[in-house]
Design a protein around this ligand. Structure first.
Ligand SMILES: [Zn+2]
Ligand SMILES: [Zn+2]
Length: 230
């Protein structure tokens, strides 16, 4: 933490870029690893075809994510985001659960709004060009959408002095969940959907029918608000 307080803006930008490129490569590696080793059938017959334009857009997404991380560092340096790193392991686990559930609710509404026809055309249609998915789907997003999600996250981090470990764990979980959510094979066992987990099939259904399954980590909000499709 002491080192982070001392680094310059240029170093912060480089650090944000490097960590986001690493997370991007990790996501693609994890996707391909699960896809190659999982014995379950494909959910949809074919994966979405790979295209160069998707690859370039995914680079822009990584850049915007790095920018959001830089804004996070800026907010932390100016004490708008405060961290409290003296927490017990139980508190940290509780914080991770709370961040995940709060973000799940906010993302449900953000995603629901993104499907209002006019907004959809501007910021979300791009993601839905992938009716089936591939290793880039998670990163095929309009820059406004990427930035909107980042802003939601930063707003949550401003509200309470979470532990740095809780925030980092949440960010890694978010990436893994996003990767698994866009697999064209079911990663989770059958019982996972019964305990309201947002499975691969759950999000895949959203790509097939974009009026259902707006949630991300869980199916709780879709079930409560009547937009759930098995
Ligand atoms: Zn998606
Ligand atoms: Zn959508």
């Amino acid at each position: 933490m002491y080192y982070l307080e001392k680094i310059s803006w240029l170093e912060s930008l480089l650090l944000s870029l490097i960590s986001n490129v690493f997370l991007y490569l990790f996501s693609i590696g994890l996707y391909l690893f699960i896809d190659k080793t999982c014995s379950k059938d494909k959910i949809q017959e074919k994966d979405h075809p790979f295209s160069k334009s998707d690859l370039y857009l995914s680079f822009i997404t990584v850049f915007i994510n790095a920018l959001v991380m830089l804004i996070g560092v800026f907010l932390w340096k100016f004490q708008l985001i405060q961290l409290n790193n003296n927490k017990s392991i139980i508190t940290i686990i509780l914080e991770i659960v709370i961040i995940t559930l709060v973000m799940d609710l906010l993302m449900y509404f953000f995603h629901y709004l993104a499907h209002i026809p006019l907004i959809y055309k501007i910021i979300h249609q791009k993601h839905h060009e992938h009716i089936s998915t591939n290793q880039l789907s998670l990163f095929v997003l309009h820059p406004f959408e990427t930035f909107g999600f980042g802003t939601l996250m930063l707003l949550v981090f401003i509200t309470y002095p979470f532990s740095m470990i809780s925030i980092i764990t949440y960010l890694i979980l978010n990436l893994i969940w996003g990767t698994i959510g866009h697999l064209n094979r079911e990663f989770f066992p059958n019982w996972a959907q019964k305990i309201y987990i947002g499975t691969s099939k759950f999000h895949n259904q959203h790509h097939l029918n974009n009026q259902k399954n707006f949630g991300f980590y869980t199916s709780i909000w879709d079930r409560i608000l009547g937009t759930y499709k098995k």
